[in-house]
Design a protein around this ligand. Structure first.
Ligand code: LLP
Length: 464
């Protein structure tokens, strides 16, 4: 396995021999609905369109590189999650995947709650009108300022992550004359990535308090004693880009076991459990994600069954999907600058962005697909590597893909499924200007929701 093995990494990087590539698709011009946003198709001229707007026009109006986000797809996914879980559960969109004021407004309108994990995300949420009681604050090392703001504003819950934080939140709440609703983040001894999950006796990572060894039970004991805290539940998040529900089932079972232990020891039934995010999406057509309905039914079943066995009232369930809502809704549009054929190896296609707008390939060995966006082509497929313009050989956007052999400078390429963790993890490496996010509606209205950075933006922080 490569040094960059990561929860969000490729499914088979550790088992496929070097040099193995899936065969080229039968039709290079086809757009597989599994990886493209809902309204994406091709127009008569062959250009990729979103909301009926052609890639060539969009590039002319907004420039490249740019992220184009299908607003109706985003809203439809919010509704699918909300409806799947129903009125007795809560869906918290994980803002770390991608957050902007427009996104906060869509979430507010579509009835979702919001998980934030920093003061910046909290400020964005509050600034765009998300009611504080619908916000959850996360983080393994929240600052006193972040906690104070959250308590002052009256966030619905703070997910406490350490013994120190339990005391810190309690003191701040008491000082402000408040009682803060909190959940305790526990580690359940399950780690899930893509298609696998591993049950481990102990977990060597920074988040949460372990069930094994009794740290989580001790956290409950301490939290219940503090006047500034109202302990409402237990939180567990097991990983990223998960397709297999088995990890969630083990996690749910262990969290319910803790609820039963808390009832036995303290005579208190905690009313909430949160099972976190991490649900996978299709980055390539080989990925086969679960539908929200299926996920909701599986989680509800396991929690109901375990609670019945333990004689507990079924708690209110919440989940925190980020990637599964925003990931599939956007593609990145690039312009090809150079095409370099390495005889016997592959063709390198350089685009006008790279690791500054999508670090996931370099960081996690993530897999993406790519399509020629400005036209169709009948040329034969050629194995390409789509690379960026940064001064680093690891600056790869799509490691292995097929494009028509006539791909040339000036063509536009679109990389789908870049809605999550691309703009939110974008950097100014090499003083790149971070691309805009353009929301396109079903009626074709396209508007910038996060504008492109300018050289002025860059220099503003450089005080000389
Ligand atoms: N809830 C908690 C407590 C989390 O830590 C996360 C993600 C989520 C929810 C949302 O997970 P999602 O549904 O989006 O997978 N940068 C990595 C992913 C890091 C995820 C960190 N926590 C990537 O690009 O794959």
């Amino acid at each position: 396995m490569s040094r960059s093995a990561h929860p969000a990494g490729p499914r088979h990087a550790d088992v496929l021999p070097e040099g193995h590539y899936a065969p080229p698709p039968a039709d290079l011009n086809a757009l597989d609905p599994r990886v493209w946003a809902r309204t994406v198709t091709r127009n008569k001229a062959g250009a990729i369109t979103v909301g009926g707007r052609g890639a060539t026009d969009l590039a002319a109006e907004f420039g490249t590189p740019a992220y184009f986000l299908d607003e109706s797809d985003f809203r439809a996914r919010c509704r699918a999650w909300r409806d799947a879980f129903g009125p007795d559960a809560d869906v918290f969109y994980a803002g770390k995947a991608f957050l902007s004021r427009a996104v906060v407004r869509w979430l507010t309108e579509e009835g979702l709650n919001l998980d934030v994990c920093s003061g910046g995300e909290l400020a964005t949420a509050l600034g765009a009108g998300m009611p504080a009681e619908r916000i959850a604050l996360h983080g393994n090392n929240k600052s006193v300022e972040e906690i104070t703001r959250a308590v002052e504003e009256g966030v619905g819950r703070i997910v406490v992550d350490s013994f120190q934080e339990i005391v810190r939140v309690a003191h701040i709440a008491e000082r402000l004359g408040k009682r803060q609703r909190v959940q305790i983040r526990v580690t359940v001894g399950v780690e899930a990535h893509t298609h696998e999950f591993i049950a481990t006796a102990h977990e060597d990572q920074k988040f949460g308090l372990a069930l094994a060894g009794g740290q989580a039970a001790e956290a409950v004991r301490r939290a219940l004693k503090l006047d500034g805290l109202e302990l409402v539940g237990i939180h567990s998040h097991i990983g990223s880009q998960i397709f297999d529900m088995a990890g969630f089932e083990v996690s749910a079972r262990r969290v319910v076991q803790l609820l039963a232990e808390v009832r036995d020891e303290h005579g208190v039934e905690l009313p909430e459990i949160d099972l976190g995010g991490g649900l996978g999406i299709a980055y390539t057509p080989e990925d086969d994600p679960r539908e929200p309905r299926e996920i909701a039914a599986a989680l509800r079943d396991i929690v109901t069954r375990e609670c019945a066995a333990a004689g507990l009232t079924v708690p209110r369930i919440s989940v925190e999907p980020g990637r599964a809502i925003v990931g599939p809704t956007a593609f990145t549009l690039y312009e090809v600058g150079t095409v370099k054929e390495l005889p016997g190896l592959r063709t390198y296609v350089s685009v006008d962005g790279g690791m500054s707008d999508n670090i996931r390939t370099a960081l996690y060995d993530a897999e993406y697909s790519v399509a020629l966006a400005s036209r169709t082509s009948t040329a034969e497929p050629v194995l390409v590597r789509v690379v960026g313009k940064h001064c680093e050989s690891g600056d790869i956007v799509v490691r292995n893909a097929f494009l028509p052999a006539d791909v040339a400078p000036g063509d536009l390429l679109a990389v789908p499924a870049t809605g999550a963790y691309c703009r939110s993890m974008a950097s100014n490496y090499n003083h790149a200007l971070r691309p805009p996010v353009v929301a396109v509606r079903e009626d074709g209205e396209a508007r910038v929701i996060v504008r492109r950075e300018t050289e002025e933006d860059l220099l503003r922080l450089d005080v000389g």
